[in-house]
Design a binder for this molecule. Structure first.
Ligand SMILES: [Mn+2]
Length: 741
């Protein structure tokens, strides 16, 4: 792989920085390299909840807004909320409506339709709001550039308060009040608040004036912070962490229902689950139908009303995934090849997501086009890699375009049908030429570690940087001389076993070619923790790898001590320093490890017979033993019952389980697990997807297992395992020794 890396320079670390970082040398180093060096900045990042809340109690724009809202409340005027169709706009609308209703306000709200009205205030809609008798419009997540529409509203007898977080234009609209924290001086901790954060501050101050509290709206703010990809710095960190507590209690019926259909367990919510499970379902409403569905869900007063709406969002999100999958199937992806494609069959609301998927998987720009839903020619969405400015590419083709806008990484445009062939040819030519000269930007490494440093303590220390995301990325680690112990292919990628003589960890590698097993590699990766039934292990995600120069000696010969059928307690006493392999439900609370977390050792004690030769090879590669003690007895196997039990447990634990952990937990192969999942899926008992080594499960109505080819296939795999185990019980040591890492 040709991607370069930028290693961090060694620095002389001021001793007090370590102190500010809570005594962690590692975090202090990392923060120093990221330019976070003052006590204030470090403490704001690591201990956001101990920071003072910024005081807005006499901020003039906020005072002006509060006075106008208070008079509307006092006079019983009708207040119209003007929102947006993305998560930020939807949560902001919910915050404003909830708070104003709590104070007895006469409130209506509007979420624009993405296709017929588009983003921001719409001339006709302003007129319709006037016709309902509204006297005051409060915008959220929009409005700061709607000069004409605001003037029109005022002409129709309405006042306008803007709450927004988009970059203010040079000349501000003539609204009654403008609350936009981008107007605060640079460096103010609240400058990066999203639309929902801005609306929240206004409502919190309003509720305070009425001796009420607004803190129970913070779950909505936390959700908007993650979904709108605002910098995870300053005031945002504090609001996020406060809101996360509420999200984990699932206090709002709408969010409780949404967590349930997303298989996210309250208590286990984090920035990844919000970003990848919750936000896409809320966004699906505006992309495929109407953002109002999501506002109605978040406003729902009880579970009965929330559940059907959450299901509707879940179905829209499934449809969205299906559409982007079908787009991907038609475009024949190719690594490093820019994509320009049109089809009248594609859905306008999904083009951007599909283009983004292509770009991140293939590391190349993507332009997707379809017919406009309004019947006005063709619309397109473009995404690009760092270093190729897609906005200026479109600018060079502007002769063929009606409208275009965006920024270097993402843009949208429209054109007339007759210009499609010439535009396609021109833009493909430009992108191919740009790609020829393009090299991926180097990965900026935060920490250089040794194989022995990659352990759960490290994962825990780094977790103090959470939430990670925009402007506070997950730390990138670099490690060279990692022994490559095994490589397995799973669905969309590979799982590698990496480590050194003494320990190993699993690592996922997606959308990139995998190395051949054996030898050593250098790799850049992030780390997290994988937990299965209380057994914790390190999980790494590789961003890049290089073949190592020196090939470490992999021990592949070993002696065997045949203790088959002996008592395991006795064997533990006899081989106190051995790495102990045991898997399966009946061994859960016993000493030892699974194929996923075995340590290196001179002695390997096998207390269960591995399910396949491949698993035995993996175990030998991880432990590199000189002596293998065969200490297993025949196993009673009731696979299907145990598998169903494990699934039940997984549903309770949130419906997401890693494939390798589940296979190890049940002492079977990953092929068997996948065949069993398939059988339950064709029987209508569950629905599942395998994404990046994780199984995402959903319960269905079915209860009876269907006979047929899926059942035959599972029987076949189970038969292979029991035949291999029978062989392990009878074969001679010399025969078993022929299996090598
Ligand atoms: Mn926004």
């Amino acid at each position: 792989m040709s991607r370069g890396i930028k290693l961090p320079r060694e620095v002389a670390l001021p001793a007090e920085m370590v102190l500010w970082a809570g005594g962690s040398q590692l975090l202090a180093k990392l923060l120093h390299r990221r330019g976070i060096r003052s006590r204030e900045e470090i403490e704001q990042l690591l201990n956001p909840l101990q920071q003072p809340e910024p005081d807005f109690s006499d901020y003039p724009p906020l005072m002006a807004a509060l006075d106008r809202i208070n008079s509307a409340l006092a006079e019983g005027e009708k207040i119209a909320i003007y929102g947006d169709y993305d998560v930020d706009g939807i949560t902001a609308t919910t915050v404003l409506v909830t708070a104003l209703k709590l104070l007895g306000g006469d409130v209506i709200w509007h979420i624009p339709n993405r296709f017929s009205e588009g983003y921001g205030m719409h001339w006709d809609r302003v007129e319709k709001l006037a016709q309902t008798g509204a006297n005051l419009i409060i915008t959220c997540d929009c409005g700061i550039s709607n000069h004409e529409e605001i003037a029109w509203a005022q002409e129709l007898g309405m006042d306008v308060i803007i709450t927004d977080h988009h970059t203010p234009p040079e000349e501000l609209p003539q609204a009654q009040a403008i609350v936009n924290f981008k107007l605060m001086p640079p460096g103010h901790p609240s400058r990066d608040l999203p639309g929902v954060g801005t609306a929240y501050i206004l409502m919190r101050e309003l509720l305070r004036r009425h001796d009420k509290k607004g803190e129970d709206l913070l779950d909505l703010v936390a959700l908007g912070i993650i979904a709108d990809v605002v910098p995870l710095k300053g005031h945002n960190r504090r609001l996020y962490l406060q809101g996360l507590t509420l999200l984990n209690q699932a206090a709002r019926p709408g969010l409780e229902a949404l967590l349930a259909v997303s298989n996210v367990q309250p208590g286990l919510v984090d920035e990844e689950k919000l970003g990848f499970q919750i936000a896409p379902r809320i966004n699906a409403a505006g992309r495929l139908e109407d953002g109002s569905i999501a506002v109605n869900l978040l406003l729902a007063p009880d579970k009965e009303r929330a559940t059907p709406l959450a299901r509707q969002l879940d179905q829209l999100n499934n449809l969205r995934k299906e559409i982007s999958r079908s787009i991907m199937e038609k475009v024949s992806p190719e690594q490093g090849k820019p994509l320009v494609a049109y089809s009248d069959q594609w859905h306008q609301g999904v083009l951007g997501i599909a283009a983004g998927q292509y770009t991140s998987a293939q590391q190349a720009p993507a332009i997707l086009m379809t017919d406009s839903q309004q019947g006005q020619g063709i619309v397109g969405s473009a995404r690009s890699v760092e270093g190729i400015n897609i906005y200026s590419v479109l600018q060079r083709c502007q002769d063929y375009l009606d409208k275009f806008g965006g920024h270097p990484a993402a843009a949208g445009f429209s054109l007339a049908q007759k210009n499609l062939p010439r535009f396609t040819q021109a833009v493909q030519g430009i992108l191919d030429a740009e790609m020829e000269n393009w090299t991926p930007p180097p990965l900026s490494v935060d920490l250089v570690v040794e194989p022995r440093d990659v352990n759960l303590d490290l994962v825990e220390e780094l977790s103090r940087l959470a939430p990670c995301g925009e402007e506070n990325p997950r730390p990138l680690l670099y490690c060279s001389g990692l022994a490559l112990k095994s490589v397995r292919s799973v669905g969309s990628g590979h799982i590698l076993t990496l480590g050194d003589r003494w320990r190993s960890f699993s690592a996922g590698l997606w959308n990139r070619p995998a190395p051949e097993p054996g030898g050593s590699i250098g790799a850049v990766f992030t780390v997290s923790q994988d937990v299965y039934r209380g057994e914790r292990s390190v999980w790494a995600t590789l961003e890049a790898w290089w073949p190592g120069k020196d090939r470490p000696v992999v021990r592949d010969e070993y002696k065997i001590s045949d203790r088959r059928g002996k008592s395991w307690r006795q064997l533990l006493r006899q081989f106190p320093k051995a790495a102990i392999y045991r898997e399966g439900v009946q061994w859960q609370d016993h000493p030892g490890s699974t194929r996923n977390n075995l340590p290196g050792s001179a002695t390997l004690l096998l207390l269960t017979p591995p399910p396949a030769a491949g698993v035995l090879r993996q175990i030998l590669a991880m432990v590199e033993p000189e002596l293998v003690v065969l200490g297993y007895s025949p196993v009673r196997d009731s696979f299907l019952a145990e598998f169903l039990g494990a699934l039940k447990y997984s549903f309770q634990a949130g419906g997401i389980v890693s494939l390798s952990a589940l296979a190890a937990g049940l002492a079977h192969t990953e092929e068997t697990i996948l065949a069993a999942l398939k059988l339950l899926a064709v029987s209508g008992i569950i629905q599942y997807q395998v994404e990046q080594g994780k199984i995402v499960l959903q319960k269905l109505e079915g209860t009876k297992i269907k006979s047929g080819s899926a059942q035959e296939k599972l029987r076949g795999y189970l038969g292979e395992t029991s035949a291999f185990r029978a062989w392990l019980l009878e074969a001679s040591s010399a025969e078993i020794m022929k299996i090598r890492p």
